[in-house]
Design a protein around this ligand. Structure first.
Ligand SMILES: [Zn+2]
Length: 305
């Protein structure tokens, strides 16, 4: 089934914006032309905010920054997803591991911003045609299947990424497969920290968030002992069938571990652990749920137009 795409020159009419989409058109060029794309291998690295020397990578960086500015959801994503899917599939046909990795990462990073509480435009929430939303949802289903196949096929290659790239790529996969609000929390805290407040003893009118930095619990000389304030969720390492992505904590912890990031797996056990409030001593709930409450503004109450 081909996905119905809105031509680039109609985007501004649909969205009511005045923008050009030249960079996305350039990224899409391998789908419609066999002309070779000149990008040296050293440019095809996952590293964020890489300084590009080729126009294709430059376009990739531009779109990445535009679509994920400060974690704000951009409605262009609804129109871009079917293009992203085709670009990914074209690089898959060309058997280009690095571009597949880069586009899956871009898609997952974008999707981490895509959840109702982050959809701030009342006008666009109400007026975007249903077919566009349906195509977006269908694109997500397709990319989920592609991402599963990519991980299974390239597991050994993925093990060779450096650990920063492993953690970043796994977060992007979390944006594709997982609870998007949780993915947003992971990205906004650089997969290392979150801000939470005890529901029993914090004053909701005061800025009483406490920052938890998971580095405190890691390494040879941790500042805090595991179990002190945050009781980690029970380990699930070794319990994943490497096929199912239904249980976020299960697959993500295991994939990080398989790809060599034990610290990443430990951080997951903290995100899904329980906070024992150091102030009142009560069981304050699951860290991830508390972090979502504090880190996500409610789009419904602060819509732009
Ligand atoms: Zn408390």
């Amino acid at each position: 089934m081909t996905l119905k795409k809105i031509p680039f020159n109609e985007w501004n009419t649909v969205l009511g914006l005045q923008q050009d989409y030249d960079d996305l058109e350039l990224l899409y060029s391998p789908v419609i032309s066999d002309a070779p794309i000149h990008v040296p291998d050293c440019e095809k690295v996952l590293t964020l905010h890489h300084t590009p020397t080729s126009s294709y990578r430059e376009a990739y960086e531009y779109i990445h920054d535009e679509f994920i500015s400060m974690g704000e959801f951009t409605y262009e994503l609804y129109l871009a997803m079917p293009y992203f899917v085709e670009i990914y599939q074209t690089w898959k046909q060309k058997q280009d591991f690095q571009w597949q990795l880069l586009f899956l990462s871009l898609i997952g990073d974008c999707l981490a911003t895509d959840f109702p509480r982050n959809h701030f435009s009342k006008r666009l929430n109400e007026t975007l045609p249903k077919e566009i939303i349906e195509t977006h949802l269908r694109s997500i289903e397709i990319i989920r299947e592609e991402a599963k196949e990519f991980v299974t096929t390239h597991l050994e290659k993925l093990k060779q990424l450096n650990l920063d790239d492993v953690e970043y790529f796994c977060q992007c996969l979390f944006g594709i497969f997982g609870d998007r609000e949780a993915a947003f929390v992971l990205f906004m805290g650089d997969f290392n920290r979150c801000y939470i407040a005890c529901p029993y003893c914090s004053d909701p009118d005061k800025d009483s968030d406490v920052e938890y930095n998971f580095d405190w619990y890691l390494g040879e000389n941790p500042v805090c002992a595991l179990g002190e304030e945050i009781v980690p969720a029970p380990s699930v390492i070794g319990q994943w069938d490497q096929k199912s992505y239904d249980n976020d904590y299960l697959w993500m912890s295991n994939l990080l571990y398989l790809l060599g990031s034990q610290d990443g797996a430990t951080k997951m056990s903290l995100y899904y652990g329980t906070l024992i409030c150091p102030n009142c001593g009560k069981n304050a709930g699951i860290v991830m749920d508390l972090a979502k409450d504090r880190m996500i503004w409610d789009g419904e109450s602060s819509q732009l137009d």
